[in-house]
Design a protein around this ligand. Structure first.
Ligand code: FCB
Length: 445
């Protein structure tokens, strides 16, 4: 049975509904004086990205941002989660590009004039190549450069943003990109991984310290969570799921809320950690104002004896899948919101900062019908509501994504948008999910 469309009135007063995007995925990095970032070189390397596509033009949001903001206003959204591009603001990682900060200044004013609260993310993966040349996230110095960038952009737009997140999805920044090698910089090296796992949180801590010192309110971080289930009842598979859970779902939140890292992960990464990492934990564990939760799917794990740590093997589950091949599992969202509130953040506000699905949507007779996305969206909104009923202090939900866009290693192949984008003409066509959401959010007058 498809879920009933929920309406705004079924959520607590003041609950925010929004859409999310990220700079490199929509703006067009070849415009406006942005510098090269590590995704440009990763994409230019054969075999990394579908059709070697990059974000040079993307959705051309850099020139079409007003129409894109209009789309969100017309969908009755309350907030927009966007990211500012480090490589646009500081093309060489050090010097400021005035055109870049002017762009974000206009963009934020454009949100406010349309009644959209600006939820800014500082780092959604566009590391300036100049910093990548010095080792990127494996180099501690990158963390200090990040705090400088945070200060520069906040001096310009901090007076008008509703909230600031430091890092988007540290697991992707560190593990996916340095251990699995699926995202830029495409390393597969345990020592680089250990360093990135720590430095990405150190960068967060340094930026929080810098912005607090400037009096900037409402600071948070966006973590991603992946429901980890054992592939069988065997104790070895339970332990395997536990190792995955510790790497993906515990390392970052425990670093931030407990100033420790899980033993199960240090068992593998410990020998490769930067010297005296323990001394950074107080900085990493500074108090925050809110937590962002990105949630998409679950994975089943089996023990893989005879392979190096973490000795894991993925096993296919039996749920329907999205175009990404990800199982649809809304219970996992409810589970994480409840678990995080009980075990980690208490009544500190939580936002679902990303949730969505890819689907091979097509325009037919000028329309896009994506009923499967409507079901996905409303079942995850229902899961959010169930977590609120269980006591989680969830304050908002951002759908990923407003537009079909550059889906990283998947290029333009995977469509996550509420709005269809034709990547030849760049025409936007709101999908049926967009219209369903707009109806659900209409305010009764
Ligand atoms: C998340 C990313 C986002 C997008 C979605 C599908 O991991 O934060 O940029 O790629 O997945």
């Amino acid at each position: 049975m498809p879920p009933e469309p929920l309406a705004r009135a079924q959520f607590p007063d003041g609950f925010l509904f929004g859409a999310a995007t990220a700079a490199y995925q929509i703006e067009g990095s070849s415009f406006g004086g942005a510098g090269p970032c590590h995704w440009d070189s990763f994409a230019a390397t054969p075999g990394n990205v579908v059709r070697a596509e990059n974000g040079a033009r993307a959705c051309d949001h850099y020139h079409r941002w007003e129409a894109d903001l209009d789309l969100m206003q017309a969908a009755n959204l309350d907030a927009y989660r966007f990211s500012t591009s480090w490589a646009r603001v500081m093309p060489d990682g050090v010097n400021v590009n005035p055109e870049g900060i002017d762009f974000y200044d206009r963009l934020v004013d454009g949100m406010l004039s349309r009644g959209l609260q600006p939820f800014q993310t500082l780092y959604h993966w566009d590391l300036p190549s100049a910093l990548a040349d010095h080792g990127g996230w494996t180099n501690r110095d990158t963390c200090h450069r990040f705090a400088d960038y945070a200060e520069v952009i906040t001096r310009r737009i901090g007076d008008r943003v509703a909230s600031v997140a430091t890092i988007n999805e540290p697991w992707c920044v560190a593990w996916l990109s340095h251990f699995i090698g699926a995202h830029a910089p495409g390393l597969r090296d345990i020592r680089a991984t250990a360093r990135a796992m720590h430095h990405v949180l150190l960068a967060h801590g340094l930026a929080v310290g810098r912005l607090r010192g400037m009096g900037q309110p409402n600071l948070g971080i966006v973590l991603n969570f992946d429901h980890a289930a054992p592939a069988s009842d065997a104790p070895e598979d339970h332990a395997a799921a536990g190792r995955y859970d510790a790497i993906f779902n515990r390392w970052f939140i425990e670093g931030i809320t407990r100033q420790t890292y899980p033993e199960e992960v240090l068992a593998g990464l410990g020998p490769h950690m930067p010297a005296n990492w323990q001394d950074d934990m107080a900085l990493i564990g500074q108090k925050l104002d809110w937590l962002g939760v990105n949630y998409y799917t679950r994975h089943l794990h089996a023990d893989a004896p005879g392979t190096p740590w973490p000795s894991l093997r993925d096993v296919a589950g039996d749920r329907p899948r999205t175009q990404m091949g990800w199982e649809i599992y809304p219970e996992g969202l409810q589970g994480f919101l409840t678990r995080l509130s009980r075990n980690h953040v208490g009544q500190m506000p939580i936002y679902v900062t990303e949730n969505g699905m890819a689907n091979p949507d097509r325009v037919e007779d000028g329309q896009v019908t994506d009923a499967v996305r409507e079901d996905f969206l409303f079942s995850h909104l229902a899961a959010t509501r169930a977590a609120i009923a269980e006591g989680a202090n969830v304050k908002g939900f951002f759908y990923w994504s407003l537009l079909d866009n550059y889906e990283w290693a998947e290029g333009y192949e995977k469509r996550f948008g509420l709005v269809h984008v034709d990547f030849d003409t760049l025409a936007r066509v709101p999908k049926s999910s967009y219209h369903a959401l707009a109806r659900a959010l209409a305010r009764n007058t």
